[in-house]
Design a protein around this ligand. Structure first.
Ligand SMILES: [Zn+2]
Ligand SMILES: [Zn+2]
Length: 144
């Protein structure tokens, strides 16, 4: 655990970020989860250990982490920003029942051909969002 903490400090430093307790806590929290939390969820979670965090400090930490490319914003529902410490290319699965989001490995889909875009458009990147039911929600409805 101590080693992990050092690694996080080193990562922040390597990006030229001043290491503050808030940035550290936000980044460590995001690295430890894969559920793409909202700011509110981060705040609730962080305040269990750090009763000093406010939404504004979490926002500014997220902003700093985003600027150096350690964290990305994931917008899958209108008006809801979620955050992800997985900044490698990947896709998302989104459960339309409970809103759960999970990562899908990049290699899962290989058939999007950016070169099939109409002439004049130069595609650079894309990402697939699969909507559906997660295990939990699928089981509930599967009983009928
Ligand atoms: Zn679900
Ligand atoms: Zn993700």
């Amino acid at each position: 655990m101590q080693k992990e903490a050092n690694a996080i400090v080193e990562t922040l430093k390597s990006k030229g970020l001043r290491v503050t307790p808030q940035r550290f806590a936000v980044y460590a929290n995001l690295l430890s989860r894969t559920d793409h939390p909202t700011v509110e969820q981060l705040l609730t979670d962080l305040n269990k250990d750090f009763p000093v965090s406010s939404q504004a400090t979490i926002y500014s930490s997220l902003q700093a982490l985003r600027e150096v490319g350690l964290v990305r914003e994931v917008l899958l529902q209108e008006g809801v920003s979620r955050y992800d410490a997985n900044v490698q290319p990947h896709h998302h699965f989104c459960c339309h029942q409970c809103g759960a989001i999970e990562d899908i490995a990049w290699e899962t889909f290989r058939c999007v051909e950016l070169k099939n875009l109409r002439p004049g458009l130069r595609g650079e990147t894309y990402e697939v969002t699969v909507q559906g039911l997660c295990n939990t929600c699928g089981e509930v409805t599967g009983e009928y």
